[in-house]
Design a protein around this ligand. Structure first.
Ligand code: D41
Length: 676
């Protein structure tokens, strides 16, 4: 006998739940989108002709409710606790000690370590596996009923998977917006002339608090569950870690980075590891949460004033702080670009003390209306140069003067020019300007260029200031005697430096071209030029029309290259470098040599995660050397993803797009043209 309509409908729903879990929670779909759509449309058609069969947990019932006029209040049956914070390792050790003392044990405690997502805490109640309501944390005892909005989130199951769940199950977690979701939302807002959100947290909060669920449905909200509230009519596991694994089997989204660790030491190691990965995560986190793993121990520890004694948040140093602009100085770069720099009253932000922040250019200063004396928000995230986010609103108590670009270079007094349509102002002094000379030499000696060990920025400044060198070629004339006469320079360091200079005399062409410091010619362009022309002479003689044919070189860069080689002075320096003994290495042309043709030539790669034996920079260098292109984000143009340990969102995206994924050993094998 053929299936009844009811059976068919239920079967379609089960399939849709299964596939939507694979797609939205596991990020691992096993059918094409079109097939999912077909199943969905089929279900819609059945429900339309049999409205009596529509149920609240049908996959078709996510959006549809009408806008509310206000949110109802919901009292949490079990309060939602808050978390105490620690800000450093010492405080964390003290927390761990308190736990041990209270449990009267000297054994190391097992903790679960979880990234602390920067979003909003919510509680979702499932009765017999069906989502009944969802509420914000509110003050911990009463929150707002955001059921309509939570239902629109595709990663939140309207019905739990399987059948092993307790009759009543409240799950608690954090609703957040991924960094990518946030930027696309803001991009759209910008296009529509709507107000942009300041950060992903605000965007998540704003989206969840929409009275119209149709709007929330358009917002890229995500959820990670991290705890349970009320549990009745069924048992869960006896540790935090296993409970999270169980929630996962019910189809609930759990953060992949969650692990168990041992003792304060394990917690701190995890903290270090995640700090490093923080920028690569697809979502914002503001610290780590550690929780005693055994529920029995959690119960013995209990809580004080609404915060559990068995959990603690270890916060990352704030990435934004308030400071005051004391002064604005102007710095001259290698190409004469004059950058305004704010001198700040020192402030501890992003884990270091910051007393300078770049202001980029005058347009930026005008746009943010920054003036000397202003209270400003300073931001330092990861390794990024500190910058001023904005002036603290309403903090300006009296009228302050505007900041103006200088008319003359602060270093050489040459006229400063501002090219129409360009944001940057430039010193016209060229190599007459001491600052430009010093910057050009620093660039020549830098790690990605000629890489001269022991020749730091300070030393270059000193050598230029004392008129000991004028160009990079002059470096090779420095003797141990002259160097050791400098302040803070011993004989040994002087000898080492002379040796390092000697060892730097055979750069490969790409590095040498990069080291010349031609405007807009970065590492990749330099490599493309080297691969195309093979010799410095050929690059020097290339015409504008020929240059724009080279990969990634457009008219602006081509113009800069031609200009560079037209300047007598630059040709002189190159001559001097060659007379000083620089011998540019000719690299074998992998592109045109059939036998050694690299698999990676002309391919686009993205590198993610930590590689077992080399840094990502080293891997990049190896790949560039065989003519590959290395980019920062995965797209349909990516040929390979080189993935190391703990690869995050880039791996997921590559999998989704069907980009081939290789590991370091494969890369190494292919680089040496071996089959694996
Ligand atoms: O990721 C988070 N923001 C997070 C928040 C987390 N991973 N775990 C949490 N655990 C708790 C307890 C231990 C009380 C169940 C929390 C929070 N609470 C929390 N979020 C907002 C207030 C408290």
């Amino acid at each position: 006998m053929s299936a009844t309509i009811e059976e068919k409908v239920e079967n379609l729903r089960d399939q849709l739940r299964y596939h939507s879990h694979r797609y939205y929670v596991l990020d691992d779909p096993d059918i094409p989108d079109a097939e999912y759509d077909r199943l969905y449309i089929e279900l819609l058609a059945y429900e339309k002709s049999h409205p009596e069969l529509v149920v609240i947990d049908s996959p078709t019932q996510r959006v549809g409710s009408k806008p509310l006029t206000a949110f109802d209040q919901i009292q949490h049956q079990k309060p939602m606790l808050s978390l105490d914070n620690v800000f450093n390792g010492e405080e964390l050790q003290a927390f761990n000690q308190r736990v041990k003392t209270r449990l009267k044990t000297s054994d190391e405690i097992e903790y679960v370590a979880e990234p602390k997502l920067d979003g909003l805490a919510i509680s979702i109640r499932y009765v017999e596996g069906v989502l009944i309501y969802a509420a914000t944390r509110g003050d911990g005892s009463t929150g707002e009923d955001v059921t309509q909005n939570i239902r629109t989130m595709q990663s939140v199951p309207l019905r739990l998977l399987g059948s092993d769940y307790p009759e009543i199950l409240e799950v608690r977690g954090e609703v957040f917006m991924s960094k990518a979701g946030f930027s696309s939302l803001n991009e759209k807002a910008k296009k529509d002339g709507a107000k942009e959100f300041a950060n992903p947290r605000n965007a998540a909060a704003g989206s969840l608090r929409q009275l119209d669920p149709n709007i929330t449905a358009q917002r890229p909200l995500s959820l990670y569950c991290y705890a349970v509230g009320v549990v009745e009519g069924g048992k869960l596991a006896t540790t935090q870690y296993e409970i999270l694994q169980q929630l996962k089997t019910f189809g609930l989204p759990i953060c992949k980075e969650v692990t168990s660790v041992l003792g304060a030491e394990g917690c701190l190691a995890y903290y270090e590891e995640l700090s490093k990965k923080r920028d690569d995560l697809s979502y914002d986190i503001d610290g780590i949460v550690y929780k005693v793993n055994e529920i029995a121990l959690q119960d013995r520890l209990g809580f004080v004033s609404r915060a559990p004694r068995w959990a603690i948040a270890h916060k990352f140093p704030a990435q934004e702080e308030i400071s005051k602009i004391l002064e604005v100085d102007f710095q001259v770069g290698r190409t004469g670009a004059i950058t305004p720099v704010a001198r700040l009253s020192p402030v501890f932000v992003g884990g270091v003390t910051v007393s300078n922040a770049t202001l980029h250019n005058m347009d930026e200063i005008r746009r943010k209306d920054i003036r000397v004396g202003d209270q400003v928000i300073v931001r330092r995230a990861g390794d990024v140069i500190p910058e001023i986010v904005r002036v603290v609103p309403n903090s300006r108590k009296s009228e302050l003067p505007e900041i103006n670009m200088l008319s003359n270079c602060p270093v050489c007094d040459s006229v400063v020019e501002q090219v129409d349509g360009e944001a940057v102002a430039r010193c016209t002094g060229g190599l007459f300007c001491r600052a430009q000379r010093a910057e050009a030499i620093k660039h020549y000696a830098s790690r990605k260029a000629i890489d001269i060990d022991g020749l730091g920025d300070k030393l270059v400044e000193q050598l230029v200031d004392e008129n000991l060198i004028n160009t990079s070629a002059d470096l090779y004339g420095l003797s141990v005697e002259v160097l050791s006469s400098l302040d803070r320079m011993g004989k040994k360091s002087a000898e080492n430096l002379v040796e390092a200079l000697e060892n730097s005399k055979s750069p490969v062409l790409a590095k040498f071209v990069y080291a010349l410091g031609i405007r807009e010619v970065g590492e990749t362009t330099a490599l493309n030029l080297a691969n195309e022309y093979k010799t410095l002479a050929a690059i020097k003689n290339a015409s504008f029309d020929q240059l724009i044919e080279v990969q990634d070189i457009g008219p602006i860069v081509a113009r800069h290259i031609v200009n560079f080689f037209q300047q007598e002075h630059n040709l002189e320096v190159i001559e001097q470098l060659i007379s000083a003994g620089i011998k540019v290495q000719v690299v074998k042309d992998l592109a045109r040599d059939e036998h050694s043709m690299s698999e990676f030539f002309g391919k686009t790669l993205v590198i993610t995660g930590s590689l077992p034996t080399m840094s990502r920079d080293e891997a990049k260098e190896k790949l560039l050397a065989v003519g590959a292109k290395v980019t920062g984000s995965v797209s349909t143009k990516t040929d390979y993803l080189l993935a190391g340990d703990k690869a995050g969102s880039k791996l997921t995206k590559a999998e989704k797009l069907g980009v081939r994924i290789i590991d370091e050993s494969t890369m190494v094998a292919w680089l040496s043209n071996k089959e694996i």
